[in-house]
Write a protein that binds this ligand. Structure first.
Ligand code: ZN
Length: 275
């Protein structure tokens, strides 16, 4: 019998509703955000809201097969702490939160989980948490991504600035589409958008592909932003968010089809001739 849940958000449902929905919704998305400075024209909850909106749209697209947990609204934002109002968790705290939240889902029967981070500063922590979960819960299928990296080909087409990323025209456009209340259009300003806008360490950090040389944002930009938010538009945001939802949904369609993972690996030895 087809099932039409009142919501795909776990927190909106009662436990009997979840009990009924669970066999029909084998995938859980865990959205992660941040509460950190986004320059003069974007609200601190930008990454949290972008993650929530993409997770909701994916779940609607694949309804009723996907549930969404509450978003974790604070991430690893140490590199933004010079700006008033940024909140940060240490990497080890966020790692533990992800591990315990996914373990809760596993205890209730979910064996397929997708962690979706709206904040790139969470990536290293997500990767470690996923490594731990794959060790602790061998029958779990767990995948993760950011939002913007899923459409990196579109980002390079649609970016006008040489330097981009945090609060750029790309992120600001996504925010305009995700929730117009995130944006104060009259206060958007260009940030560091060319190599000439960066100091010596900033230039070095951005000029060698594959080499990681992390910088704090107060060293990279006076406004706390990279790229040029004044070049953003809701149309660019719609193209980016719709493509992101389509690609993550496409992955999850195939993820849903995967057979359940066994707790212990089954290895077949290739017979070898004795010398
Ligand atoms: Zn952001």
């Amino acid at each position: 019998m087809p099932i039409a849940p009142r919501s795909h958000r776990l927190a909106d449902l009662t436990w009997p509703e979840i009990d009924d929905l669970r066999p029909h919704a084998p995938v859980a998305i865990v959205p992660l955000g941040a509460t950190e400075q986004h320059g003069h024209g974007l609200a601190q909850r930008t990454d949290t809201t972008r993650a929530e909106v993409v997770a909701d749209l994916v779940a609607q697209h694949l309804s009723p097969k996907v549930v969404v947990t509450p978003v974790i609204p604070v991430g690893v934002s140490e590199h933004h702490m010079a700006f008033p109002g940024t909140l940060t968790l240490s990497p080890i705290t966020l790692q533990q939160v992800i591990v315990e939240l996914v373990t809760s889902l596993h205890r209730h029967g979910w064996r397929k989980v997708y962690v979706l981070t709206g904040h790139g500063g969470n990536n290293a922590t997500v990767e470690v948490a996923v490594t731990r979960l794959r060790t602790d819960l061998p029958d779990l299928h767990i995948a993760w991504s950011g939002i913007t990296p899923v459409v990196s080909d579109l980002v390079s087409k649609l970016s006008e600035s040489r330097i981009g990323g945090h609060s750029s025209e790309i992120e600001t456009s996504q925010a305009m589409f995700a929730d117009p209340d995130l944006v104060l259009p009259e206060r958007l300003t260009p940030g560091s958008s060319t190599f000439d806008d960066l100091d010596q360490a900033g230039k070095l950090s951005r000029s060698r592909p594959g080499i990681h040389f992390p910088q704090s944002y107060h060293d990279l930009s006076k406004t706390g932003t990279l790229g040029d938010a004044t070049k953003s538009s809701v149309e660019i945001g719609a193209r980016l968010v719709e493509a992101t939802v389509e690609r993550i949904s496409g992955f999850l369609q195939d993820f849903l089809d995967l057979p359940e993972r066994q707790s212990a690996p089954t290895l077949t030895r290739i017979p070898q001739e004795t010398p």
